[in-house]
Write a new protein. Sequence first.
Length: 327
Amino acid sequence: MTFSVFITRKIPEEGIDILKNTCQKVEVNPHDRPPTYDELLKEVKGRDAIITMLSDRIDARLMQEVANLKIVANYAVGYDNIDVKAATARGIVVTNTPGVLTDSTADMAWALLFSVTRRIVEGDKITRAGKFTGWAPMMLLGGDLVGKTLGIIGAGRIGTAMAMRSRGWCMKVLYTTQSRRNTVLEEMLGAKRVDLEVLLKESDFISLHTPLSEKTKHLVGVRELALMKRTAYLINTGRGAVIDEAALVNALRNKQIAGAGLDVYEDEPKLKPGLAGLDNVVLAPHLGSATVETRTKMSLMAAENIIAVLNKQKPPNCVNPEVLIRF
């Protein structure tokens, strides 16, 4: 049987190569940008499988246009870009790539935390511009980490990995979670599960790792930012819309909080007006999983999910397992 696969962006060749060993037709979006919705509608017709990115809107209309579609393999942990309910109704398997990007994303959260706290980007700009004239006792003063309180909002895989890295700075850890208590953090770090208000009031650093849902959209807004310490920093490597970005711009501009480090944005890739002009925020272009090793593993995982489904086998990472009953 001839199988056809479309990949919406270029990914590491390792995943593409194993797909080509199983599928007769494997095509990749030739443009170095996300396809438009109309381009996506055109490209997915006649496909058995597609590998999608978080930037791709996979809705009921699109799935209705693809009579043969068996699987949407999202090249990400999150899958809020996909109408999973519509996929399930049509018998389409949806998969993701969990676990493999835990460490790289947790590392990125710390990179942002260090960068904004120690004002690395500001210092880089000054040095490159030739404005560094020598050491000065009051130049670019930042904040210490040792003994401070780290608040984790969303203590899943990545949130846990982020918290575990705090041991080197002897930090106190507070966390919130929508699921059961995190015994790993409690037993290994003495972490304390608290409600969101307590975490916001007591934390010196707050790192967001919760998935995006109706409940978590704008989880951190005007009220929540007002609860934070003026010396606190906010880090987000989760989903952009978990923060009310306009409210964050105002909080940063008015020095309501000390700073922020962002890898994701509410209207990605667009930024809310005023955000780019602030010095007390570090802005990264969604680099959480951007290591050679992690992105390669993600490509292999997405490909393995597709191959399993095309062979009528259970894929390793299915997010709507009720569809598998029909296999």
